[in-house]
Write a protein that binds this ligand. Structure first.
Ligand SMILES: NC(=O)c1ccc[n+]([C@@H]2O[C@H](COP(=O)([O-])OP(=O)(O)OC[C@H]3O[C@@H](n4cnc5c(N)ncnc54)[C@H](O)[C@@H]3O)[C@@H](O)[C@H]2O)c1
Length: 386
């Protein structure tokens, strides 16, 4: 079994180290901040202890997992790794610098992966001499619990490296999907409208946060409404991903960030972790009641789901992923109750198209333009899945 190196011991890196060690690999976890490394060690030990208490694993297994992970502040210990997964801060310059340093340490056949959410794998790889061994292996938060992993080849990644990496991550019990190296890959691109269109609905004064959250839970079956979810993810992280995806799509209007979320970000109203976001999480705070109006709820749901389905269809049209992987990604990466293409079939693609063309006509905005593939499917009376 290859030795796995993980760089960056924050939320993602420590989760990935846990997953790899649980799968039986010897793991070395590195961070350039020694207190972050110490914190990762104590929180991993605490997690394993909790898993034993909950009888999810035996004490022996917990000890084995723990023994397999070493914590290091010297990159040289990565020389014997077969795979390295980088999970440092989302900063292209820092990632490029790290990858070029790594190349001088690792063996020729070591695979170098990035867990980036929104940066281009090709640009990270460009810092290396051997660009064909660099790819994206994108876990979701929390890595030990979320089943999805997106596998992203850069423009020059070897096919064989993509295949063996995918097989390896599958063997860790994860569900892998293959995504093209485009901004946000699958999930962080397709899910944008869940947040963006919901904020737009709020900004127009159509409904408040609690009502929009209620509508998407009630009529869509989503586990969390968009505002609850943004507060859970953190408005700092969610806003930054939105801004990056929009910029990288050459300012595509469908992905345009909102002032509502930008102001929250500026005010450090990050959500649950800061005690305040769209909702107030301070002690004794009362959660506002939604306006449970069925007609309004349906209008909200129809608008958001049409935007989401359109995005999934456009991603398929542009070969970002296969239709199966697109649907798998949304159910396994962000817990959507159904895959969006299947959902489109169920609602009726002609109905999705009508919602979008009505919105486009009403607003006169490019944001609502239907994907060419959606129009084609309706014209030919086709479904994605029979
Ligand atoms: N948090 C999420 O929900 C999530 C989900 C999927 C992917 N990601 C991606 O994973 C990566 C890490 O995210 P995170 O949330 O774990 O961040 P984090 O801030 O929790 O952890 C980052 C860690 O990297 C360390 N670090 C920074 N620069 C370093 C360097 N040059 N060398 C070594 N260590 C360095 C920091 O000390 C810190 O401990 C990012 O690329 C992010 O986009 C995040």
């Amino acid at each position: 079994m290859i030795k796995v190196g993980v760089i960056g011991s924050g939320a993602m890196g420590s989760g990935i180290a846990q997953v790899a060690a649980t799968a039986g690999h010897t793991v070395v976890l590195y961070d350039n901040n020694s207190s972050a490394l110490q914190k990762a060690k104590s929180s991993l030990e605490a997690t394993l202890k909790k898993l034993v208490e909950k009888q999810k694993i035996t004490e022996q297994k917990a000890n084995e997992i723990s023994d397999r992970i070493s914590y290091d502040d010297d990159l040289k210990s990565f020389s014997s790794c077969g795979l390295i997964i980088e999970a440092i801060v989302e900063n292209l310059e820092l990632k490029e610098k790290l990858f070029s340093e790594l190349e001088n340490i690792v063996s020729d056949d070591c695979v170098l992966a990035s867990n980036t959410s929104s940066l281009s794998i090709t640009s990270i790889a460009s810092a290396c001499k051997k660009t064909n061994r660099v790819l994206g292996i994108h876990f979701f938060n929390p890595a030990p619990l979320m089943p999805l992993v997106e596998i992203i080849p850069g423009i020059s990644t070897d096919k064989s490296i993509v295949e063996t990496s995918r097989k390896l991550i599958d063997s860790w019990g994860k569900v892998t999907v293959l995504a093209k190296d485009t901004p946000g890959f699958i999930v962080n691109r397709v899910a944008r409208s869940y947040y963006g269109e919901s904020i737009r609905i709020y900004e127009e004064g159509m409904a408040d946060f609690a009502t929009i959250d209620w509508a998407l839970r009630e009529f869509g079956g989503f586990k969390m409404g968009p505002f609850e979810l943004m507060d859970f993810i953190g408005n700092d992280i969610n806003y930054k991903v939105t801004e990056t995806v929009w910029e990288q799509f050459f300012y595509e209007p469908r992905f345009k960030p909102t002032f509502t979320q930008k102001r929250l970000f500026e005010a450090k109203y990050f959500g649950k972790k800061s005690g305040k976001g769209y909702y107030d999480y301070s002690e004794g705070a009362v959660k506002p009641e939604p306006q449970k109006n069925t007609e309004l709820g349906n209008q909200i749901f129809n608008r958001v789901i049409a935007m989401l389905i359109n995005e999934a269809i456009d991603a398929l049209y542009l070969n970002v992923a296969s239709k199966e992987d697109l649907d798998l990604a949304m159910t396994k990466g962000v817990n959507y109750p159904k895959g969006l293409l299947k959902w489109g079939d169920e609602i009726g693609l002609q109905n999705v198209l009508k919602t979008l063309t009505d919105l486009q006509e009403e607003y006169g905005e490019d944001r609502y333009r239907p994907s060419i593939l959606l129009k084609k499917m309706v014209k030919e009376n086709k479904k994605f899945f029979s």
